[in-house]
Write a protein that binds this ligand. Structure first.
Ligand code: PSU
Ligand code: MN
Length: 304
């Protein structure tokens, strides 16, 4: 029904049983401005390689599900204007109509699972938006974590989301939320959130083992690993909150809805903070890529 294409690097890794880490593409097209998006995408791939795994950046190009992009494809994607943002609802339709699109956390999980990849690194996941009690805006990423057996390494959720409500929904959906090496759930730009994480693990091997144990119990779904931003790159909540509040007020004022909400907020936050928030964002994505590579390697060892 549709074509899946593995990059030569991913194909070789899978043949030899070497670890692979999936990476999303919405962070490139809707999460960061050009050219930092392209530079970051390349750096993340390099970081995965330097940590002993092979990167598989996922996107749809001309109706083909790409598991691993060439550098030229990465560059094209990073510069494309108006590229579709594909979540669970959109992925099949895009493949069926021969379109182009960037995958969110939800769609990247579906594609990774389809290609037998267990571990995925990103920056932040989607979640329950502030004011969701009126807007009903809850990301499909949360449902996906409940259904698809992929371990997602993120730095927690941005404060554009309501973090306590996001944790409640994840609990309802039965998603393990694991803080890495600390008790608190990290809040993207900052290491702390003031909220205790439901679970804590201190090593990649514990996380890998928990993933495989869940699978052998036949409990569907993945895990969310919340990896705190490195200390030297962190920005305090106090600094970010007024900026987020302004971005949010503008979104309401402009009547932004549906899948445009997250990209609109991310774009305005980047504009309003100029360099600072972007630098932190890049540092945390690289940090997540390292941990994801370690988890993938541990899982490979345990499966062998
Ligand atoms: N949060 C971030 N950076 C991002 C995203 C979220 O800090 O790039 C992207 C991810 O691709 C995520 C998507 O899966 O936005 C969530 O969008 P929505 O809220 O529309 O589900
Ligand atoms: Mn939404």
């Amino acid at each position: 029904m549709f074509k899946t294409e593995l990059s030569p690097e991913v194909q070789a890794a899978q043949e030899f049983g070497n670890p692979v880490v999936a990476l999303e593409s919405t962070i490139i097209t809707h999460g960061m401005p050009y050219p930092q998006n392209l530079e970051t995408a390349r750096l993340v791939e390099e970081t995965v390689r330097a940590s002993g795994a092979v990167p598989a950046t996922i996107a749809v190009i001309n109706g083909v599900l790409k598991i691993g992009l060439t550098d030229a494809e990465l560059e094209t994607l990073a510069q494309l204007k108006n590229v579709a943002k594909l979540s669970r609802a959109d992925l099949a339709a895009c493949l069926a109509t021969g379109g182009n699109g960037a995958t969110t956390v939800a769609a990247t999980m579906i594609a990774a699972h389809h290609a037998n990849i267990d571990v995925f690194a990103t920056g932040g996941i989607g979640g329950v938006h502030q004011g969701a009690e009126l807007s009903f805006d809850i990301s499909a990423d949360l449902q996906e974590l409940a259904q698809t057996a992929v371990t997602v390494v993120a730095a927690g959720a941005k404060a554009i989301l309501d973090i306590p409500k996001t944790l409640e929904v994840l609990e309802t959906l039965g998603v393990p939320v694991i803080a890495y090496n600390q008790d608190e759930i990290p809040a993207f730009w900052s290491r702390g959130s003031g909220l205790k994480a439901p679970l804590r693990m201190n090593s990649a091997s514990e996380i890998a083992k928990a993933h495989l144990t869940r699978m052998s119990l036949n409990v569907p779904g993945g895990q969310l690993v919340a990896n705190p931003v490195p200390l030297e790159a962190e920005i305090s909540q106090d600094e970010m909150l007024p900026i987020i509040a302004q971005a949010q007020a503008e979104a309401t004022e402009h009547g932004i809805r549906g899948k445009s909400v997250t990209p609109f907020l991310l774009q305005r936050i980047f504009e309003l903070t100029e360099g600072a928030s972007l630098k932190t964002n890049i540092a945390l994505v690289l940090n997540n890529a390292r941990l994801a590579a370690e988890i993938a390697a541990e899982m490979g060892r345990m499966r062998a």
